[in-house]
Ligand binder design. Structure first.
Ligand code: FMN
Length: 308
């Protein structure tokens, strides 16, 4: 039965255009039409993730290096495990060695995992698992909690731009969040040009109640090329959100405040417009947007529910 199925699949693959072959291969399913744009988006990004590209290679390089790294921290690490992961990683490192990604710190990090893995295979007796130094936080719970509570969605801003230096610092903290399989997929597209920011804000349905002066506009995106399974379709949203919270907290330390703007209700036109205004490439899915600036006055705190 299995052989017959695979034989029929091969024939259909040859006969049908890919679009229809995929439908047959995955079983037809009828869904209400209001899911159409969600499914179209999911399909678009899934197809992109199936194509070969250096962007995909670098995301998967971090993933495979992360899998090896986990094993290499184990005190009971033994040779002979995760061979296919090692081979995939070696292949990607070889491919990326000829690209601009070979200068990236994560490339060098991934190479060091490969070397340690090879060393374990060669000489298991002298292998010592990775082990970091103990750490104690310099920041008290009270200080952190007070910063968390201080973060506010303010929507009226002073006529003061955010410097490129602050933008760079904020981009940096976003990438220090946890990410699925350490892919580090967040890509931020930012303008601190108030005129352009205002045009970008006009693409967001929730962009109401804001001051006329918009200091900076941010699109929080994930590069989709590293999410290769349909079961991973929600991971970009998680990865980006974790990074964004780091960023909004860090912004408060500069006196800057950020307000999230939903992208869930966007239509095709708004998507095209924003992608063109901020030169966002096709393989980056917009998770949400935000306006950041120095608040003219602070919004009152919406009280939080009782967690008991
Ligand atoms: C996913 C998400 C979407 C949001 N969308 C909007 C929006 O479109 N417009 C807006 O003014 N605020 C938006 N917000 C901000 C919320 O209204 C705000 O976080 C909430 O009221 C709590 O207030 P606080 O952030 O000051 O604690 C959004 C927040 C999140 C997390």
């Amino acid at each position: 039965m299995k052989r017959l199925k695979s034989f029929v699949a091969k024939i259909l693959r040859r006969l049908l255009p890919f679009k229809y072959y995929k439908l047959v291969a995955n079983g037809f399913i009828i869904v209400p039409s209001y899911y159409k744009s969600i499914i179209e988006d999911a399909e678009k990004y899934m197809n992109l993730s199936l194509l070969d590209s250096p962007e995909k290679d670098v995301l998967l390089m971090r993933k495979y290096a992360h899998i090896l790294d986990k094993g290499l921290h184990r005190r009971d690490a033994e040779p002979g495990h995760s061979k296919s992961v090692y081979e995939n990683l070696k292949l990607l490192i070889g491919k990326l060695s000829k690209t601009r990604y070979s200068k990236d710190a994560t490339y060098i990090w991934a190479e060091s995992k490969l070397e340690k893995y090879e060393m374990l295979q060669r000489d298991p007796k002298s292998f010592e698992p990775f082990c970091g130094e103990p750490v104690t936080s310099q920041i008290s719970y009270e200080n952190l909690f007070s910063l968390i509570k201080q973060r506010r969605s303010n929507r009226v801003f002073k006529e003061r731009q955010i410097s490129e230096d602050v933008i760079r610092h904020l981009k940096e903290v976003a990438n220090w969040a946890a990410s699925s399989c350490n892919k580090q997929p967040i890509q931020l597209f930012v303008t601190n040009n108030p005129d352009l920011s205002k045009k970008c804000l006009a693409c967001c349905k929730g962009g109401t109640g804001f001051s006329d002066y918009i200091p900076s506009f941010w699109a929080f995106t994930a590069n989709v090329r590293g999410y290769v399974w349909p079961s991973e379709m929600y991971l970009p949203y998680i990865d980006v959100s974790l990074g964004a919270q780091n960023l909004f907290l860090a912004a408060e330390t500069f006196g800057v405040s950020g307000t999230v703007l939903s992208w869930a209700q966007k239509n095709k036109q708004e998507e095209l417009q924003l992608k063109s205004l901020l030169s966002i490439p096709d393989d980056c899915t917009i998770v949400f947007c935000a306006v950041l600036g120095y608040p003219l006055y602070r919004y009152l705190t919406p009280i939080r529910k009782n967690v008991e």
